[in-house]
Structures are given as C-alpha cells and as structure tokens.
Write a protein that binds this ligand. Structure first.
Ligand SMILES: Cc1ncc(COP(=O)(O)O)c(C=O)c1O
Length: 401
C-alpha cells in the first residue's frame, strides 16, 4: 500500500486540467468555486448529449436508452464516499437532500437537536421550524479556540445519547475557511447511537470525505460546487442501518411503491428518499464529474486546494486586508475584508476586472454572523484549477480598490 503523503498537482497537471475546462480562460479568473465551480468538458458533453437525445428521441425514450449510465452514477458516487450504491439517493441539490434526511428523523417534544453555530442558513430554518413543530430544543454547541466545533463540548452534550434526537454538523461552512472535525463528532455520535446528519455540501470534491472515516448516518451533497458538476442535482447518503429508525416525510410513488390500493412499501435502501422525476442530463453530468475527479485523485486535489488557499490568505494579509477564516484545518474558501471598501463594492470592482467572486450575507449563516459580528465579507474560493498567477492578478486589483 502506498502511504506516501499526497503531493500537490504540478503546474503542468494544472495546465492540463485547465485545458479541458472551457471556463478556464485567459480573460476570466473564477474564484467562486464555492458558489458553482467550472465543469470540465466531459461534464458539459454528458449533459448536452443527453439533452440532444431528449429533443430528438423524446425524454422517456432517451432515459430508457441511458438507463445503464444513469445507474452507474450511483456506483461512482458510492465509490467516492466509501458507501454502497443502495445507500445513495438522487436529489435536486444539497438542501433537498438535507431536508429529506432531517424531516425523516423522529423527534419528540423536549428532545434535543445538537448543532453548531456554523450551520448553513437553510439548516437553521429547519431547526427553528422543528422547534415549532415538534417542540425540540436546539442545543448550540460552542466552538473551541480555533472556531471549530468543540469536540469535548459535543461529547458532553451527547452524554449517553438519551434525549438527543439528532446530531448535526456542517463540515465546511459557506462563509469561511473552517473545516469542522467531522470524523471526531461522527465517532462520538456513533458510540452512543445518536443519528448524525453531515452537511458535506462544500467539502465534497475538495476534501476526502469517506463515510468509513467519518461515521455518519446521513450526508448531503450538491453537484455544482467542488465536485464540478452541473447545477440542479445532488445526492443524499443514507446509511443502511439508519433506515429502520426513520421514514421519509414526503415520499412519492417511486420512493414508496404502491403494492396495493391501500398499501405502500418503501423502495429499497436510500432510494425511498428520491422522486421519480429529475433532470437526467444533470444527473449524468454529475456522474461524469465524479468520474473525472479520479483523473487527479481527491488526496492530491485536497493538498492543491489547501496550498492555493493559504497562498491567497498570505497575499491578502500582505496588502493589508484582514482574513477571517476560522479553524486549525482550512478549506479552499477564503473570506476577507478591506480597510477601505465594503464587500459588495470589492466584488463589483473584481467583476469589472474579469474576476468572479462573491460576498457573504447574513441569511446564509445567521448564527455565525451574529456571533462574530461579520455580515458581509468578500468570499474568494479557489480550486485546483486556480493558478498562482490568477491569485497575484486578483490581489493586485484588490490592492488598488
Ligand atoms: C454549507 C452549505 N450547505 C448547504 C448548502 C445548500 O446547497 P444547495 O444550494 O445545493 O441546496 C450550501 C450552499 O451554498 C452550503 O454552502
């Protein structure tokens, strides 16, 4: 077995990856991979080919012809995260996956739901709604000194698991470079049998995420971010062993099979969480994106992204900007503020120079924004296709903003 640490992609390899990515152009710097990344040509081709088949043959006929490739997407995703294909459900995006899992979990009045301040906005809405609907208590576990969730406090809150309906964690938050210690939290929840729901929307595709190393019962993901797939598709991982303890809250006749006029049976495995209708083109595109990722390997991608993000943070500090990324381990998401101009102005200024970025908003991470008092930050998210030259170009523009 090769145990040598992974190396970053070389300049030649990055050039090769850029070569097959239509959006990697000389006149565009894309630093919004945490919003939606740039897909490689194979992803575009998979989608266009299927859209053309739908237009020329009919949507159902094209789907029948692509059925084998469609099934392969489950296999590819399962291999990526160390799961069984039956544990994967297709969804429209990450929030749809997360909600399907969250609202399937039985909750009783007075039970606790363990969460962290760096949860995504949509998840926070669900927690508040569950408090209204089920009368659960939302238990916000504090951060440690680095800003990551405190594993010790989480363990204390879990206790022996009694009275805890669910443990939730956002692995990589939307509004900063933090990587939360998901493996430790997962192990703690597994030890006491509390269902663990992991939001892996931003981590998948930039970090190794394997459900054998991060024990979780549910994992939600989207296609368009670090996986470099199309918009409008995603998936839910549901561990086989959790299925007897939960029930999809809004199944259709694909997730729940009508075996008689007055009776349904759940579809096998995680498929009970999915709906019949979906974008076949987007799903096939996601499959192509996951397969393409193997060209480089997730470990080398992870090292490259981390290296590039740290380079950017150093360059920003060098021009007098403040970097706000929490955590001892950090992701490809870089958040910063300027002493002179606010984040929307910086974003507009970068856009004028052909540089894509975004800025954080309170609603996407309300609890963290309130805790740190940081609503609008410029967010620059790098991927392994980002070059050092692009970082210098960006920082040069910011230095004069
Ligand atoms: C951490 C995190 N979770 C969930 C989501 C929601 O993903 P989607 O828009 O695919 O539902 C996002 C989107 O930015 C996110 O950053």
């Amino acid at each position: 077995m090769n145990t040598a640490p992974a190396t970053a992609l070389s300049d030649a390899e990055i050039a090769a990856a850029r070569q097959v990515t239509p959006g990697c152009r000389a006149d565009l710097v894309h630093l919004n991979h945490a919003g939606a990344s740039l897909p490689p040509q194979v992803v575009l081709d998979a989608q266009v080919e299927h859209l053309r088949a739908e237009a020329l043959q009919g949507g159902y006929e094209a789907a029948a012809a692509a059925a084998g490739r469609d099934d392969d997407v489950y296999n590819s995703i399962a291999a990526l995260i160390g799961a069984d294909p039956e544990e994967i459900a297709r969804t429209e995006h990450a929030t749809a996956a997360w909600n399907a899992a969250f609202w399937s979990i039985p909750m009783e009045r007075g039970q606790r739901v363990l969460v962290h301040d760096q949860e995504y906005g949509a998840n926070i809405v669900a927690f508040l709604r569950a408090a209204e609907v089920h009368g659960v208590v939302i238990d916000r576990i504090p951060s440690d000194a680095t800003g990551a969730v405190s594993v010790e406090a989480y363990r204390d809150a879990l206790g022996d698991g009694d009275g805890v309906a669910l443990a939730s964690l956002t692995h990589v938050p939307t509004n900063g470079g933090l990587v939360n210690p998901a493996a430790e939290i997962g192990a703690a929840t597994r030890a006491v049998g509390v269902p663990f729901l992991l939001d892996a929307c931003q981590s998948l595709g930039q970090l190794r995420v394997d459900v054998n190393d991060i024990p979780c019962d549910f994992l939600s993901a989207t296609s368009r971010k670090y996986l470099r797939g199309p918009r409008g598709t995603g998936f839910l991982y549901a561990r086989r062993e959790i299925l007897d303890r939960v029930a999809p809250s809004q199944p259709d006749h694909d997730g729940a099979l009508l075996v008689a006029a007055d009776r349904f049976e759940w579809s096998p495995g995680a498929r009970r969480f999915q709906y019949w209708e979906y974008s076949h083109a987007a799903w096939l595109g996601l499959g192509a994106a996951v397969d393409y990722l193997d060209t480089w390997g997730i470990d080398r991608i992870e090292v490259t992204v981390r290296e590039r993000a740290e380079e950017l943070r150093n360059l920003l500090v060098g021009i007098g900007y403040q970097v706000h990324d929490d955590g001892a381990v950090r992701s490809g998401i870089v958040t910063t503020t300027s002493p002179r101009r606010n984040a929307p102005e910086l974003q507009a200024h970068l856009a004028d120079a052909g540089i894509n970025s975004t800025h954080t908003i309170a609603g996407s991470s309300r609890w963290d924004v309130d805790r740190r008092g940081l609503a609008e930050m410029l967010r620059l998210s790098v991927h392994y296709t980002t070059t050092v030259e692009e970082l210098h170009r960006t920082v040069e523009v910011l230095a004069h903003a």
